[in-house]
Ligand binder design. Structure first.
Ligand code: GLU
Length: 306
C-alpha cells in the first residue's frame, strides 16, 4: 500500500491537525462553495492546524477552463491562504490505479458491463445514482467495451459520528450497492480519489457540505479496505436557492464579488451560526478572517434541515 499512501510533497506530521478544501473546478467560487472553504479553513486554523487546497479535476471532461485559476484567486482575495502546494487530481492517476489494483487483487473489486440504460429502472440512492443490484457480481459478462470497476460492499451497517450532523448510519448493500471505482470511460470515481488523496495528504479532518454526508460511509468503507486512517468528519449545512436546490454553478449561482469580500464573508459566517458584529462587513478581509479565527465555534453551526 506504500504507493497509495506516499505523500506527493513532504513528510507528514501525523499528529498535526490538517483540514482541506477540495473544490471541483466546474466554475468560479460562489456563496455555496465559500461556505465549505470558510468552514474547513476556520475549523483547521482555530485549532492551530494546517489547511490544504486540492483541485478535484479527476473528471477532466467536466472541468471548466480557467476555473482553477479563478477559484485560487478568489480564495486569496477572501484571505483564505492555504499551506503547501495545491494538489491536482488530474496528476494523480497512478495513485488511484495502485489502490484499485490492490482491491482487484484482493477480489474486492470486479468488472461490470452493465450499461446506464440497463440500470435505469433500479431504485435510486440518496445521491440519485441507481442502487446497483449486483448483476455482474457473479462473474464478468462478455462486453466489447471497457467495463466499469465496482467495489463489492457488505450488508454490515456502517455508522460514524459527524461533528455537526450527529450519528449517521448506512447499510451500503441496501442503500448504495456495489459502487463504481472506475467508470467505463476510464475516469476514476470521486469516492476512490478522495479517499486516496485525503490519506496521502495526511488530512485529519474533513469539513464539507452535507450534500456529501451520504458519501462518507462509502469513503470510510474504502479506508478500511485500503488500511488507511479515517479522518474526523463535519458536514456543514448546504446553501439552497429559492427553489430549494443546492446553490451551484448549474443552478445559476453568481461568482463571488472579489473586490468587496466583506459582505459575503460575514453572511457566510452568519450562515454558519457565528455572530459577527454588523460593522465587520465593512472591514477588509484580513480583519474579518482574524475575527473569525478567534471566535469560530463549530458547536454553533446548525445541522441541515430536512
Ligand atoms: N470536490 C467535491 C465538490 O466540489 C468536494 C469533495 C470533498 O470535499 O470531499 O463537491
Amino acid at each position: 500500500m506504500a504507493a497509495v499512501c506516499s505523500a506527493p510533497d513532504r513528510p507528514l506530521d501525523r499528529r498535526a491537525i490538517r483540514g482541506r478544501f477540495a473544490p471541483s473546478p466546474t466554475g468560479p467560487l460562489h456563496f455555496g462553495s465559500l461556505i465549505a472553504a470558510l468552514g474547513s479553513f476556520l475549523e483547521a486554523r482555530q485549532r492551530g492546524g494546517e489547511w490544504l487546497v486540492r483541485i478535484e479535476d479527476v473528471d477532466t471532461p467536466r472541468t471548466a477552463p480557467g476555473a482553477t485559476t479563478a477559484i485560487l484567486r478568489a480564495l486569496e482575495r477572501y484571505e483564505l491562504h492555504w499551506d503547501g502546494p495545491v494538489i491536482h487530481q488530474s496528476q494523480r492517476a497512478a495513485y488511484y490505479q495502485a489502490a484499485l489494483e490492490s482491491l482487484l487483487d484482493a477480489g474486492l473489486a470486479y468488472p461490470c458491463a452493465c450499461t446506464r440504460r440497463e440500470l435505469a429502472s433500479c431504485p435510486r440512492g440518496r445521491d440519485g445514482a441507481p442502487i446497483y443490484p449486483g448483476t455482474c457480481r457473479v462473474g464478468p459478462r462478455p462486453t466489447d467495451r471497457l467495463p466499469a470497476l465496482r467495489l463489492r460492499v457488505t450488508d454490515a451497517p456502517l455508522a460514524f459520528q459527524d461533528a455537526i450532523q450527529g450519528e449517521y448510519r448506512q447499510q451500503l448493500v441496501r442503500e448504495v450497492g456495489d459502487f463504481v471505482l472506475r467508470r467505463a470511460d476510464g475516469v476514476f470515481a470521486y469516492q476512490l480519489a478522495v479517499v486516496v488523496d485525503d490519506a496521502a495528504q495526511g488530512v485529519t479532518q474533513v469539513v464539507r457540505g452535507a450534500d456529501l454526508l451520504d458519501s462518507t460511509p462509502r469513503q470510510i468503507y474504502l479506508q478500511r479496505l485500503l488500511e488507511l486512517p479515517t479522518p474526523d468528519y463535519a458536514h456543514l449545512p448546504v446553501v439552497v436557492d429559492a427553489r430549494g436546490d443546492k446553490l451551484s454553478k448549474q443552478t445559476g449561482a453568481p461568482p463571488l464579488d472579489e473586490r468587496h469580500p466583506g459582505p459575503a464573508l460575514t453572511a457566510a459566517l452568519r450562515f454558519l451560526g457565528q455572530q459577527p458584529p454588523p460593522e465587520l462587513a465593512g472591514e477588509p478581509a484580513p480583519t474579518i478572517i482574524a475575527w473569525a479565527v478567534a471566535h469560530w465555534n463549530l458547536a454553533t453551526v446548525a445541522p441541515m434541515h430536512g
